[in-house]
Design a protein around this ligand. Structure first.
Ligand SMILES: Cc1cc2nc3c(=O)[nH]c(=O)nc-3n(C[C@H](O)[C@H](O)[C@H](O)COP(=O)(O)O)c2cc1C
Length: 362
């Protein structure tokens, strides 16, 4: 994703901004409780003319920077982004303050521009020396929640605005540890943890569960037999029934889980790759879960041993014969800090050119 660039607003952009503003009332897609406020063009609503607002923007240099987000291919403005260098420059109440506000032109949504625009904004924030960026969005705005999580947003909490009557999710993005860097696949891999602590009682949006399952189904499978199937569970009643059979309890405070089913079919000659297939799918999902700011744990040993808990879970979920429920992944926002287990040194398990230099661990 390298389709956009940011450009600081100037008096030259007055016409462009008017045109952008005009699209919002027509779209009927309001994103804030103030009907005149357009995120990314913050404070514009307080000025009679765009020219006056642009003069104000110039006066605020060093405190707030407003950017136009343009598409490289044709130079079209697809969004606006506002970067507050410090939270105190937000005119919202302190608890609702955020460093970045942004919007995407109504006709340009659904193309991944929001995620890329925020990534570019975070690069600017990093260049300013910010280590942590606070972002907020309505709990019901699934798109914006996803954009923030996809950029490494870690959900802090959800607060209720008395005046607006809205619930607002507050996120932090830690720029110093790779947050906001869309190329941080390697960091996501290193950051994944098996989390066995408590989860916050915050629902996981269907969009996120879908994105996680899509990541699972994108995994390779032997002879492309695609032997893995998935069931995401977010219905509290079904969760209760499942957790009643998962003894001892694990992941019981998570608001959702993904159950992994396998079909043990022969893929090639006498080879069945079902285990490899679902293992690849599970790892993809664990990475997607991490990248979206959630925690999880690969729970397999617990449910596939002699007491066959997986079979009981499958019965509750109406899984037909021929499929086996082999693993579940709790999904949710962690209440506690995940801890890293001790791993053997690199040189004990990885070598170049030949098997050598192994120091046996007791
Ligand atoms: C095949 C497999 C089965 C696992 N089953 C369980 C389990 O039943 N319960 C659990 O708490 N963790 C389970 N885990 C997680 C491992 O304990 C965990 O990956 C390991 O301790 C390393 O920690 P890390 O994932 O944070 O690197 C399983 C992992 C794998 C790969």
């Amino acid at each position: 994703m390298n389709r956009l660039y940011l450009r600081e607003v100037s008096q030259l952009d007055a016409e462009e901004i008017e045109a952008y503003r005009a699209e919002f009332p027509a779209s009927g897609m309001r994103v804030t409780y103030d009907p005149y406020r357009i995120p990314g063009l913050d404070r514009l609503e307080a000025f009679d003319s765009v020219e006056d607002w642009l003069s104000f923007c110039a006066e605020m240099a060093g405190k707030i920077t407003w950017y136009q987000t343009r598409r490289k291919a044709d130079g079209k403005t697809v969004g606006f982004l506002c970067l507050r260098h410090e939270l105190k420059y937000d005119d919202d109440d302190e608890e609702f303050a955020s460093h970045i506000g942004y919007s995407i032109r109504p006709g340009e949504r659904g193309k991944g521009y929001g995620t890329e625009q925020l990534r570019l904004g975070l690069q600017e924030a990093r260049a300013l020396g910010l280590e942590k960026v606070r972002l907020i969005c309505r709990d019901t705005n699934a798109g914006s929640n996803r954009v923030i999580r996809a950029n490494g947003g870690v959900l802090v909490d959800m607060i209720h605005g008395e005046e607006s009557g809205m619930n607002v999710n507050r996120y932090d993005i830690f720029l110093s540890s790779g947050g906001g860097d869309m190329n941080s696949v390697l960091e996501t891999i290193q950051n994944r943890r098996s989390y066995r602590g408590k989860y916050k009682p915050i629902p996981v949006p269907r969009e996120d569960l879908t994105a996680i399952m899509e990541a699972g189904l994108a995994a390779p499978s032997g002879c492309n037999k695609q032997t893995t199937s998935l069931i995401a569970v977010d219905d509290p009643d079904t969760m209760r029934k499942l957790h009643a059979v998962i003894q001892p309890a694990v992941g019981e405070t998570a608001p959702a889980m993904i159950c992994v089913l396998t079909k043990r079919v022969i893929a090639y000659r006498d080879r069945c790759f079902a285990v490899q297939d679902y293992a690849a799918a599970i790892e993809n999902m664990l990475l997607a879960i991490t990248a979206l700011g959630y925690q999880s744990c690969w729970v397999e040993g617990h449910i596939t041993d002699a007491d066959r808990i997986g079979d009981e879970m499958a019965a509750i979920l109406g899984v037909p014969d021929g499929y086996e429920l082999v693993c579940f992944l709790p999904v949710g926002v962690a209440e506690e800090e995940p801890t890293a287990p001790k791993k053997k040194p690199f040189a004990d398990r990885a070598m170049f050119n030949a098997f050598q230099g192994i120091i046996e661990n007791p």
